[in-house]
Write a protein that binds this ligand. Structure first.
Ligand code: MF3
Ligand code: CO
Length: 267
């Protein structure tokens, strides 16, 4: 069942999404070689609590951390751990909050130092594909229009692997609401979108093959070929002519450009 949100509910969801953006901006400023992803997860938990919100991933289906931090060939759902980040690593930080009963859920991928042109292009193109998907999130279009736009830009144009097993989703009082939003599909397929539908659109794109596997911890998803994977996620509200992006990358990108330890891949 699809839940459409009222104007007031959308403003509350914007606050939730923006709290995730602010948390990601705090993380951005901390990133450097030598830091552990577990220490980042601690900061995330404290920042969310200081803002009177709850980290929504913690205990979700038994997930044991505040955030998902996925390094290099980890696609998503990476456990924060005590391994130190190194120059040339890429890391996706995915954060969810519940603020005043409403979910925010979004993610960003960073380069610690220079991962090389091939990987920088993967980062750039995955982010572009997210915006190409968002362009299609307007009333009257179908979910498949979003899916097709992402797949065209990444798989067809660049030959990247589009992960099939994990998808974007509706967002609201629950972390995962209907409809599912795959990053692959046919134009004109799936349910028709109406104003007030809030979606988490989240391309997960591999440099190599599309196949992934889940580690024995039951969560960590890795690429089969061990090549890197990139993940970007925005929370967007479907509107008549142009989607309203509730989350905000501008504060993250500002912090990214200001942090000399990070490599800004460009737009
Ligand atoms: N952004 C991810 C998603 O939408 C995060 C979920 S991780 C979990 O599915 F721990 F909450 F499951
Ligand atoms: Co999500």
């Amino acid at each position: 069942m699809i839940h459409y949100k009222s104007a007031e509910e959308i403003e509350k969801m914007r606050q939730s999404a923006l709290l995730v953006s602010k948390t990601l901006a705090v993380v951005t400023a901390l990133l450097k070689p030598g830091i552990t992803t577990l220490s980042i997860d601690k900061v995330i938990g404290e920042f969310i609590a200081d803002h009177h919100a709850i980290p929504s991933f913690l205990h979700y289906n038994g997930y044991p951390f505040n955030s998902c931090i996925s390094v290099n060939d980890v696609v998503v759902h990476g456990f924060p751990n005590k391994t130190e980040l190194r120059e040339g690593d890429i890391i996706s930080v995915d954060i969810g909050v519940i603020l005043d009963g409403w979910h925010g859920d979004h993610a960003y991928t960073f380069s610690i130092g220079n991962p090389g042109e091939e990987v920088l292009q993967l980062i750039r193109v995955t982010k572009e594909s997210l915006y190409k998907g968002i362009e299609k999130a307007v009333a009257g279009n179908r979910i498949g229009d979003i899916s097709f736009a992402i797949q065209e830009h990444t798989e067809k144009r660049y030959g990247y692997g589009v992960v099939r097993e994990l998808v974007g989703h509706g967002l609201g009082r629950e972390l995962h609401e209907d409809p599912q939003v795959p990053n692959y599909g046919k134009r004109g397929s799936g349910s028709k979108m109406k104003e007030g539908l809030v979606l988490a659109i989240e391309p997960m794109i591999n440099l190599g093959v599309k196949e992934v596997f889940t580690e024995s911890d039951g969560w960590t998803v890795r690429t089969k070929d061990g090549k890197p994977s990139v993940h970007f996620e925005h929370d967007v509200c479907v509107r008549k002519t142009k989607a309203d992006i509730l989350s905000d990358y501008s504060i993250i990108e500002k912090a990214e450009k200001e942090n000399p330890n990070l490599f800004y891949p460009g737009q």
